[in-house]
Design a protein around this ligand. Structure first.
Ligand code: KIV
Ligand code: NA
Length: 265
């Protein structure tokens, strides 16, 4: 049976084993990541930007997510597959159930939902219907219009609100929490407070695991921002397989992210 299952995630956290996650959008990269020690694969709606060349994730549809989930799933034999619910696919519990069902039928094993607030009802609704949920807080790219850009979240007093949201999504039944672009001390505090694993991207070394976007991880210029937390592991690893092994080793021994690839406050 597959080594990576939903219950295995909480066990890894209890054992203090770091989780290694990358995004993938097709079977070829999925296979390379799966074969070289990646624990979790995310079919991110970042595909709108890095695959489709759009300015944000907002144009991505459930059909897009189902297509990429289908082809990524064919490349996996050990990693757990997480897929994003695209913009407004999770606007209501009923819509979310339809989209998430399609993603699970395409091979996803968990769906990711940005935000708390009214999404807490959506999380509960899916979890009660046997659909594992990963939450995503901090810099939630589907909130880009409200944020006015891709900016670090949870600084100063906003940190307390983010802590409360993290507790709320865990109570609603989320099995995992992605924290994007938040100060490292806040991410470490949230990680200590929750029994579900946290996965950081621009959230410092204190999370239970790390995720990077494939194109950033290989040093490809997406034509967009190049955030400070990004590291080109292809330069270090020399090949795609070498890059994956270098990244996995650095996440597991805690050397990535270092201070240079995180927000101190
Ligand atoms: O879409 C995506 O790739 C993501 C990660 C950045 C966490 O949501
Ligand atoms: Na996403």
């Amino acid at each position: 049976s597959k080594p990576w299952t939903v219950p295995a995630l909480a066990e890894a956290k209890r054992d203090g084993r770091k989780l290694v996650m990358l995004t993938a959008y097709d079977a070829g990269f999925a296979r390379a990541f799966d074969a070289n020690g990646v624990d979790l694969i995310l079919v991110g709606d970042s595909l709108g930007m890095v695959v489709q060349g759009q300015d944000s994730t907002l144009p991505v549809t459930t059909d897009d997510m189902v297509y990429h989930t289908t082809i990524v799933a064919r490349g996996l034999s050990r990693a757990l597959l997480v897929s994003d619910l695209s913009f407004q696919a999770d606007a209501t519990p009923e819509r979310a159930l339809d989209a998430a069902t399609r993603l699970l039928q395409a091979g996803a094993e968990m769906v990711k939902i940005e935000g708390a607030g009214h999404k807490l009802d959506v999380i509960r609704y899916l979890v009660e219907r046997e659909i594992p949920v990963c939450s995503h807080l901090g810099l939630t790219p589907q909130s880009v219009l409200r944020f006015g850009g891709y900016k670090v979240q949870g600084r100063g007093e906003a940190g307390e609100r983010l802590r409360a949201e993290a507790r709320a999504v865990a109570e609603a039944g989320a099995s995992m929490l992605v924290l994007e672009c938040v100060p490292s001390p806040l991410a470490a505090q949230i990680t200590a407070e929750l029994s579900i694993p946290t996965i950081g991207i621009g959230a410092g070394p204190g999370c239970d695991g790390q995720v990077l976007v494939l194109h950033d991880f290989l040093g490809l210029d997406s034509g967009h921002r190049r955030p400070k937390f990004v590291k080109d592991f292809l330069a270090e690893g020399g090949s795609v397989a070498g890059a994956v092994r270098a990244y996995a080793a650095a996440v597991r021994d805690g050397s990535f992210p270092d201070a240079e690839h995180a927000y101190a406050s």
